[in-house]
Ligand binder design. Structure first.
Ligand code: FAD
Length: 300
């Protein structure tokens, strides 16, 4: 039955890829090579994260600008509001509008370790969403946490917060990465019961560096199942086998979600194409109607 279901959903599969702004010429090469490679799958959009300080923020804008100028991809900037003023956000939105970008991933951002509230004009992502709506941004994606955001008082509070973001004008939801599909499916059910009807796209993190992911996960509330740890045991010095395992695990995760009717997937690429490429290739995303050859970047 898995295959039969998969065949049907396959016709309407959509992927998006997340990148982060590079901070060295070598990392820039890796990023742009990955962009070119993954463009083949005609992603719905490619998103670029937004960092905690001004220099990385300018780099987000620079990557979006280059994507607009040199590819036919749909670039989507992330925007955080922890220490931003209304004027700053309005200015950023208008610069993106000049580039023709009208879709933003709206986030609060992580608070510094010592802080309990933001230092700017916005306390929560829901405030940012409302402001972006006022500014006329057409598509606003927001974050959600199938295993609950670490600062939330309870799962119920976290869901109420997500509802606030939806009511403020969000147009779709992208989740934090998770490895337990049941956690995602339960979360999706709870959203629907709470009247949240927006599309919920699972965030998929194909894992090649297990130790790094263990650290990420503990910071963002994602549970790493013990069976997963066992799969990477003894592979600290064997990146090639880790990559093979990571690709096959994430492919299996995606196929099981397809079997549950999920058709949209957001890949956290960490700027590396290999694993996401292998997964999308195995999903036969190339050759579907409307998917054509990859755009070429002028200077790669
Ligand atoms: P919010 O939705 O504001 O929630 C933050 C916390 O406050 C939650 O615990 C929530 O339950 C609680 N809360 C919200 N409203 C209320 C209220 N009214 N009363 C009480 N509690 C409330 N970080 C970056 O720095 N840059 C990025 O580019 C980036 N991209 C991301 C993309 C995705 C898809 C995801 C899932 C996360 C991303 N993050 C990024 C991480 C994100 O910034 C952190 O997880 C951050 O701690 C929370 O952001 P948020 O937008 O979910 O915040």
């Amino acid at each position: 039955t898995l295959n039969r279901q998969w065949e049907k959903v396959e016709d309407r599969l959509n992927v998006s890829f997340e990148f982060f702004p590079p901070n060295s010429p070598e990392m820039a090469d890796t990023l742009w090579q990955s962009v070119v490679k993954l463009a083949k799958f005609k992603p719905q959009f490619v998103s670029v994260t937004y960092g905690a300080n001004r220099s990385t923020r300018d780099r987000t804008h620079a990557v979006i600008e280059r994507l607009v100028q040199e590819t036919d991809l749909t670039p989507v900037p992330h925007l955080t509001c922890i220490d931003a003023s209304r004027e700053e956000i309005a200015d950023i939105v208008s610069r993106y509008r000049q580039l023709g970008v009208n879709h933003i991933v709206a986030l609060r951002g992580d608070l510094p370790a010592s802080a309990t509230q933001t230092g700017g004009d916005f306390q929560y992502a829901s405030d940012l969403v409302a402001f972006l709506r006022q500014q006329g941004v057409e598509k606003i994606s927001v974050a959600a946490y199938p295993e609950v955001h670490p600062e939330a008082r309870s799962a119920r509070h976290d869901l109420d917060n997500l509802k606030r973001k939806v009511d403020a004008g969000a147009t779709d939801i992208i989740t934090q990465f998770f490895f337990d599909n049941c956690a995602f499916l339960r979360f999706r059910d709870r959203c629907r019961s709470a009247g949240i009807e927006l599309p919920i796209t699972p965030g998929i993190l194909p894992v090649s560096n297990y130790r790094q992911v263990e650290r990420f996960a503990s910071g963002c509330g994602t549970r790493v199942p013990s069976w997963m740890g066992h799969l990477y045991e003894g592979l600290d010095d064997d990146p090639e086998t880790r990559r093979l395992i990571g690709a096959s695990l994430a492919l299996e995760q995606v196929k099981l979600l397809i079997n549950e009717g999920v058709a949209d997937f957001h890949f956290y690429t960490l700027n590396r194409a290999e694993l996401s490429y292998a997964i999308c290739h195995a999903l036969r995303l190339v050759g579907l109607p409307g998917r054509h050859a990859a755009p070429q970047l002028a200077s790669v």
